[in-house]
Each structure stands twice: as C-alpha cells, then as structure tokens.
Design a binder for this molecule. Structure first.
Ligand code: PEP
Ligand code: MG
Length: 888
C-alpha cells in the first residue's frame, strides 16, 4: 500500500497521537491528541507527515500528496461550511511547520492562506470589516512573498512604513482600508516585478507553495544551525500542519495568548502566562505591545478564564506534566492552537518532578521523576548563568566547562594572578594553557583559549575545578596585550563575560544568576542513587585533597582517576618534574625522584583521607612531555631578544633534546616508566607510605594503582612487577598488610583488541576514552576541534563532537569488545571509565550497556553522572532531548 502522508487532527490513530511525534511532529501530534482524545476546542485541520518531508527531500514532491491534501481540504471545507477561495465566505488556513523536536522560530509559517482578490471581498462582507479583510490580505501577500517566493522582507516593509506615515500613525491597526487596498495592489506588483509572475490567486496553488516552503525551510540556514546546536539529527524532516484560521484580531472581544499550566521559571503551582487583546500570535511574540498577565482575563473574559483554567488542569493531568499552550479568543470563543510539555528552568524541573510524585492527579513514580531531569537542568543549578540571552556575542568557542563568568582580560598567568591579588575579577585569555599557567588559572574567574579541544589542558583542568571555560575560540586573534574578535579589539584590562555552557564570549559585563540548587536537587539525586545502586557507580577524577573532598560532597563513590602529573602543576612543583625528566645522570634523577616522593606522599595522604573507606585509583605518571617542558619557542624568542639566564640556557638545551613532534603519541605513560625505571617505584612507595600514615591514624585507605597507556601484556607485566616490589617492600614494615590492586588504563585500539591478554596481569581496566578517541579516529585531541569540528557537524559528517560524547560505532564498539575480551580471561575483572565521556549522559548509557562497573568524571559533573547512570539503568530517560551516536 502506498504511504499515507496526511492525517486529520480528528483521525483515530491506533496509538495515542501524542506518542507519534516521529510521524506527526510535536505540534501535529499534540493537536491530534487535543482534538481526537481530549475533545478540546481546536480549529480543525490536518497534518502532512514527516514521511512526506523526507520523501520530498530525497525525491521531490511525493506522488499522491496533491490528491491527499485535496481530499483533506475538502473535509475541512465540509466541516467548516466554507470553501477555500470562496468569493462569498472564504475558508482561510494557516500552514505551519512542526518537527519532532521543537525548533522555535527556526522554520516557516504562512497565515491567512486562501485570500485572493475575490475572497478578500467575501471576508470583508462576512466580517463586516473591510479594514480587517484587507489587513489580512496585505499580511498574507507579504508573508507569502517572503517565505514562499523568497523575496526580501524589506520590499514589503518599506511601503507599509510609508503608508503609516501617510496615515499619520505609528499604529499598524490605524492604517485605513483604502490605504490597505492600495498596499495590497502595490505588494502584488512587487511580487510580479520580482518574480516575473503574478501573485497566485488559486488557493490550491497557494497551498502547495506554502507546504513546499515549509518542507524547504527544514534545510534553511537558521534551522540547520539550530539543529547543530541542539544536536537534532538533520534527517528527521518536519511535518506541516494546515489549520483553519481563527482571528484574535477581529475586535475587542478577541485576543491571543500563551499560557503555562504552572510557572516554568520556578515550578510554582497555578496558571501562568500572558495575553494581548485584539491581536494575532505574532504580535505577542514580537513583543511590540505590552501583554497582560493571564490573571487579567478574569475581568474581561470571566467565562473564558474559567474554561482555560479547566483546560489547563485537564492537560496537566492528561500529560502528567506541565504543558505550555497557545490560545486565541475569537469574538468571545476560545480556541486552543497548540500545546506541548513545556520547557522549564532547572529549578522548575526539579521542583515539578518531585512535586508530581505527590499529587493525586499525576502520581508519577520516582523513576519517572528521575527521567524528567536533564543534565542541562542540573548544570543550570550548579553553575552561575547569564541572566539574559540577548547578548552581543563577539566570538564562540567550545563549551569546555559550564557556567558563566565575568572579569577583566589578562593575557599571562602572572598578570592574571597579580590582578587577582589587587582584588580584580579576571578572565585569563591564552592561546592555550599548560601547567605553567596554573597559578593564573586558579586566580581567574574563567578561562578563554583560542586553541585546543574539549580534552585540552585548559578544558580538563577548568572542568576539574568547576571553573567556566571556553576553549578553541579559533576566530579570536591573540596579540601580546589585546585580542581581536572580528571588528572588536579587546585590550588588557577590558571586561568580558564568558559562558562555558554555550561557548559564548561577550564584550562587557553580563549580569549573572547565581547557582542555587533547590532542596529537590538532593531528593532527585537520592532517588537516582537508589536506582543505580549496585549497577553503575560514580567516581570522580581528582588530583588533590580539596578536589577529592569536594567530589565526595557531590556524591562521588571514590576516585576513578588521580592524574599524578597534575600534582605537579603548581609553579613551585613544576621544576622538580622537569629536573626528573631532563636529568642527565642517575644521581640527578634520584635526587629529583626523592623530592617528588616527599611532595607526593603528602598529597596522597590528603586524597586518601578525603576518600577514606572508598577506592582511590592512582595513575602513575603520564605526562605528555610538552605539557611539562618549557616552550622552546618562547625560550628561543627570549634568547634572541633579552637573552637567557644560565639556568634557562640549560633548560632550553634539554627541552630541545626532548622535543617531540607529536608529544601526545610520544614518551608518555608506561613508556616513560620504561625509560625512567625508578619513577613508578618511587610513586608506589610514596603512595604506600601515605596509606601507612592513614592506617596509623585509624583510616581505611583503599588503593588501586593504575598503569597508563599500556599496549601489550609484557609492558603491564613489567610495570606490575615494579609496583609489586615496591608494595612488598612497604608491606614488610606495615603492621597489617593492605590489599592493593593493580590495573591498567585501556586507551589505545591495540589495548582494546588485546584486552584478553592484558587482563591476565590486570585487576581492573579503566577506559581512557580521551586518548582512545584520539587514536581511534586519528583526531589530535589538541588540534581538531576548534578548527574542523564545526564544519564536520554542519555537513553531517559527525553528529556530535566525539570528544564530548562517545563515538558509539567506533570507540564505543572498542570499549564493548575490550570489556568482553577482558572478562573472558577474568570474569570478575573490574571495569571503569575515566575519560571525559564518564560525565556525558549518552556515553554513560553506552558504558552501562558495555557492562562497566563505574564511570568517573570531574567533581562538578558527579551529580550529572549520578542522574545519567540512574537513567541508563532505567533504560535512558528521554529528557526531551535528542540523543545519538557522534558518527554515522
Ligand atoms: C584518557 O585518555 O581518557 C584519560 C583519562 O587520560 P588523559 O586525559 O590524562 O590522557
Ligand atoms: Mg589518556
């Protein structure tokens, strides 16, 4: 049977239409639900399905669609007792887009369709209002010209402005009928001149043009950009709704408004919204006239106010959630034009979800409440936000660490730290950051870089601290004491605002909303913990005592990754690591190692104390050398200009010697351990000494030692031996031996493939999905995101940034395969993930599917991971957002 493309709102589907958004689009599905299930007053109409749009996109206008549309128009005409284009009493329709996911204002709409030179007279007679009829016709010709015929809106705006001047008014509604008649003529001439064809008078032709324009608008620039941002797949297509027009601008007994069944900003009970007397929908959206609160309806429209209240209650108990609506009052009669489960702030989402587990009417379960919360909701109550979204954005980068910050711009870590000492709020702006910048990063409110990706140094470190960061803003050019973004030049000391949730950079100070989790935050996360208990644990990536303590506060159940190289990020400690790496003689190396041991022991003790009784995975040193060596470029410049000190000369020589072209794939991880054999033994010693101190103080340290970047079993055998020897030496002195496990990171494709071998020597695996993504896709984690990721996503070559959300079909498959192979060798093998994906809800769903025991992420991300882990256990909450793999 040929595909059916058109369904009336009244059609009795086999399933509740509200669950058929894939086919009918969100708007169509809910119009059908309101009409065919709830029997609410909805102007009759029909929906052309997304199937038709997809067919149109691949093969042009679908066969049979014209006939189906004609049939449904016929039905509509019968129901209304009016005909499209009738010179005596015309039926008018609106043609609106409606995709599966709401894309507000991104696609096109045509109103008042069906008017022509004859039917406009009929409308004038029927309504006894010539002004209204010609104003509707004027609007229709202009809208049709702009949307269907692709003409510039200004072609129509200019004559209208002139007409208003002539009428000596600024109010659209005061343009007299004769001028409106004249305008209609002028508009039609414009259309004729611009397109070479007269304005179509045949309503069937108008309708086909409008439907086609809505199909086309799916791939308009605005819609594509919106989908990229909201991660909505490009291949869904939109449905088209053709609906009988009702007019809120007929007279003072008419009006239009938007209403929510409760307050979407706070979650408070009771109808909320506003309306405009004698107006059409666009007038409310355009915000030209001041709207009245919904409560004001009680005065002029007491009956409608009551009716609307009942409808809101009905909708809320039917959808078991807050709904938003659009309605129109036409000459004292109420019509519902749209409803959907409404968007809400994080605070409102948490309040409503908890509240609705109590009410008799909805009685949602705790599981449903947990499913209704999204990562964005939690983010918005955990981090400060911009108070407004009408902003002058001067640049965009990657949203690397959520939250908003305001401060004065400084370009070096020292200047940033000095300014902070003077009491200034600072945004550190760097091309990229390295451990040398950490003191400046600590002193800053936020960080902006022009290079690097979501797992670059700046991104990982900022995220770990919960500090807002925008990275890889490639469009800005950084000079010694200014940066340039398009036309704008920002000097040192100027104020900017950054939004690490969206990647926006704004000139000047933007007002911020403070982060304030409501009481329901804890309730929801408590329920999430109950759901995921024993199924999927959540740990944190933390490298020092305060971060570990913070992570525990957020609900972390241990440390999944302590990057020991991060313990040396401070200005005072960096030189020790450098000395160790650059040592020429054994003696120099030993002395540097000894210094490292002392500082590490103290740090380990703090972490073990903060996580007492919970597992702490300590990764042995894995420094990409370039992060730890001085910049040869900067030193070369200094040498040529100011000259270098003797110490700097020495460092420069050593740095040149160790320079690597591809340090991310160079002397990293266990490879460094192999060429510096004392290194890992020293670290284990420091760790065991710290543990012994903890035991002495009555603590319960649980240690997991992790070897980074392993690619073969013999590598792990060797590293394991160093660890075991150091553990045995430490245990000899201990009163009570400590059970220590030794495992490895799995972060190369080879390690995944050989996981069965490697598992023989591992007590656990932890997937390092940052490196695994880098190596599986061949995408340098520091280079590709700022430059090419946008283009890849725009062209649909990638659905999402694979450093943000796991590439299910590539990296995800490798994780599953390695998990399976590892457990074949060792059924009880503990499995976790500690790449940045450990805090991404879609990735967490995949990790659960792969059988992982825990995910580990930055401390501020822990609440989101707890929620997402529970949703993964429940079978992934929709949360209203599209999900999906990053690649095709
Ligand atoms: C990883 O590669 O995923 C990982 C956690 O290690 P790092 O980011 O420190 O390389
Ligand atoms: Mg790694």
């Amino acid at each position: 049977m040929a595909t059916r493309y058109v369904f009336s709102f009244e059609h009795k589907h086999r399933k509740p239409p509200m669950s058929m958004k894939d086919l009918l689009g969100g708007k169509g599905a809910n119009l059908a639900e309101m009409t065919s299930v709830l029997g609410l007053p909805v102007p009759p109409g029909f929906t052309i399905t997304t199937d038709a749009c997809r067919a149109y996109m691949t093969g042009g206008w679908p066969d049979g669609l014209d006939e189906e549309v004609a049939q449904h128009v016929n039905g509509l005409e019968k129901a209304m007792g009016k005909r499209l284009g009738d010179p005596a009493d015309p039926l008018l329709v609106s043609v609106r887009s409606g995709a599966k996911f709401s894309m507000p204002g991104m696609m096109d709409t045509v109103l008042n369709l069906g008017l022509n030179d004859e039917s406009v007279e009929g409308l004038a007679k029927q309504t006894d209002d010539e002004r209204f009829a010609y104003d509707s016709y004027r609007r229709f010709v202009a809208m049709y010209g702009r949307i269907v015929l692709d003409l510039e809106g200004s072609l129509f705006d200019e004559p209208f402005e002139a007409a208003k001047q002539l009428a000596d008014t600024t109010n659209d509604a005061e343009v007299p009928p004769d001028l409106l008649r004249y305008l209609v003529r002028a508009y039609k001439e414009i259309v004729h001149r611009q397109t070479g064809k007269p304005f179509p008078q045949d309503p069937q032709q108008q309708l086909r043009g409008a439907i086609e324009a809505v199909f086309r608008s799916w791939n308009g620039a605005r819609a594509v950009a919106y989908r990229v941002r909201e991660r909505i797949p490009h291949d869904l297509g939109t449905a088209v709704n053709v609906q009988t027009m009702v007019f809120g601008n007929r007279d003072d007994n008419s009006g239009t408004g938007v209403g929510f069944t409760r307050d979407p900003a706070t979650g408070a009970h009771g109808a909320y919204g506003d309306f405009l007397l004698n107006a059409q929908g666009e007038d409310v959206v355009a915000g030209i006239r001041n709207t009245l609160p919904l409560s004001a309806l009680q005065e002029g429209f007491p009956k409608i106010s009551r009716q609307l209240g009942q409808i809101f209650e009905r909708l809320e108990s039917h959808y078991r959630d807050m709904c938003d609506t659009e309605f129109t009052i036409e000459q004292g009669r109420l019509w519902m034009l749209q409803t959907r489960v409404g968007k809400r702030t994080g605070v409102a989402a948490l309040r409503m979800a908890v509240d609705m587990t109590k009410g008799r009417k909805w009685k949602i379960t705790k599981e449903e409440a947990v499913q209704r919360i999204t990562a964005d909701h939690l983010d918005s109550v955990l981090h400060p936000q911009f108070a407004s979204n009408k902003l002058d954005v001067i640049a965009k980068g990657l949203a690397a660490s959520p939250g908003a910050a305001v401060g004065r711009v400084y370009f070096t870590a020292n200047e940033a730290a000095d300014a902070a000492d003077r009491g200034e709020q600072v945004i550190l702006v760097r091309t990229e950051t390295s451990p040398e910048d950490v003191h400046g990063m600590i002193a800053s409110e936020g960080i902006l870089t022009s290079r690097g990706g979501l797992v670059s140094h700046a991104a990982v470190v900022a995220r770990g601290w919960g500090k807002p960061a925008v990275v890889g803003a490639e469009s800005i050019r950084i000079h010694p004491n200014r940066f340039v973004a398009g036309e704008v030049v920002v000097h040192e000391g100027d104020t900017i605002s950054i939004n690490g949730t969206t990647g926006e950079v704004v000139l000047g100070e933007v007002e911020l909303l403070a982060a304030e989790p409501p009481a329901e935050f804890r309730t929801i996360l408590g329920w999430a913990d109950e759901i995921r208990k024993g199924r999927l644990a959540v740990r944190a990536n933390a490298d020092n005592g305060p971060d570990a303590a913070n992570a525990r506060q957020f609900g972390a159940e241990g440390i999944g990754l302590c990057r020991t190289e991060h313990m040396f990020l401070g200005e005072d400690r960096l030189p020790i690591v450098r000395r160790m790496i650059l040592a020429d003689t054994e003696l120099e190396e030993e002395s540097a190692l000894e210094q490292l041991r002392v500082v590490q022991k103290a740090d380990f003790e703090e972490i073990l104390e903060a996580m007492d009784g919970l597992p702490v995975t300590v990764r042995l040193l894995d420094p990409p050398l370039h992060e730890f060596l001085p910049s040869t470029e900067e030193l070369a410049i200094k040498q040529a200009t100011e000259g270098l000190t003797a110490e700097e000369e020495e460092l420069f020589e050593a740095a040149k010697q160790w320079h690597e072209f591809n340090p991310m794939l160079g002397t990293r991880g266990v490879r460094l351990g192999v060429i510096k054999p004392g290194l890992y033994a020293m670290q284990v010693r420091a760790l065991m000494e710290a543990a012994a101190e903890r035991v002495k103080k009555g603590g319960d340290p649980i240690i997991e030692i992790m070897i980074p970047l392993t690619i073969t079993r013999p590598e792990l055998t060797m590293a394991r031996e160093w660890c075991e020897q150091a553990i045995a030496a430490a245990q000899r002195k201990a009163a009570k031996p400590l059970a220590v496990t030794i495992g490895t990171m799995i972060e190369t494709p080879r390690a995944c493939l050989r996981a069965d071998d490697i598992a023989f020597d591992a007590d656990f695996f932890s997937f390092g999905t940052n490196d695994l993504t880098q190596m599986t896709l061949g995408f340098s984690r520091d280079d590709v995101e700022g430059r090419m990721m946008d283009a890849y996503i725009q062209h649909g070559l990638l659905k999402r940034n694979p450093f943000e959300s796991i590439d299910e079909r590539g990296v995800g498959e490798l994780v599953k395969l390695a998990a399976h192979r590892g457990r074949k060798t060792k059924p009880g093998l503990k499995l976790g993930v500690c790449g940045e994906h450990g805090g991404d809800p879609d990735s967490i769903a995949l990790f659960h599917e792969a059988g992982l025991d825990y995910v580990s992420c930055s401390p501020f991300r822990v609440p989101i991971a707890r929620l997402a882990a529970a949703q993964a256990v429940l079978g992934r909450g929709s949360g209203g957002q599209p999900a999906g793999s990053s690649t095709a």
